[in-house]
Design a binder for this molecule. Sequence first.
Ligand code: ZN
Length: 242
Amino acid sequence: MHDPDGPVDSPVQLPISHRWRSPNFTERRGTDRPDMVVLHYTAMESCEAAAERLCDPQFEVSAHYLIAENGDIHQLVDEMARAWHAGRGSWGNVTDVNSHSIGIELANTGFHPFPEPQMAALETLLADILRRHDIAPERVIGHSDMAPGRKSDPGSRFDWKRLAHKHLSVWPTDAPTNTPLSSFPNLATCFGYPNDAAQDDILNAFRLRFRPNASGPLAKQDVAILASLVARYPIDPPAGDA
Ligand SMILES: [Zn+2]
């Protein structure tokens, strides 16, 4: 494991470009370290266009990292600072997601697959971030997870299962399908989804990530998968019996 007294501010093992630096950040509030990671896509035509926007003070947006389609990793904001990528939303009891997270933007129009070099770079960067900040895989989420109905990135083409296979996110196991449909809202809250979001918006966010080919009304399979996730990764684990 990493040396707790060693540098945590920036990755030292990875080729990181500092070609673009963003002025759009403040200090973290209520915490001095990131304890979650939020993944995004840029929804812009090119990495360069996204970088310019993320570094332009007039747009008041940023992210800690921007990964190009070719796998180049650009660091725009230091990890210990509060970048402006998450906006309104929540995950579990975290309502100021920017203060608690590291934001990673993937250059992507929103309509294209994520190229292999970009995914490989993301995996390398994520593994490094999770190790250095001791962040659990279940705390790597999509922008759509914390802002259902408002955001849909990184979208249905993003390969969450691949990340989970490398312990960089989570994926459900086979689950019994006898969980009642009525338990969906409670399970969604127990996994981390905002408890003030509309159920349809949560269902859409959930399917974007875990059932990208599903459509139609809430189904037994949705509830079964969510129950499987909650059983292994509850957002607020109950205190164990001593
Ligand atoms: Zn986003």
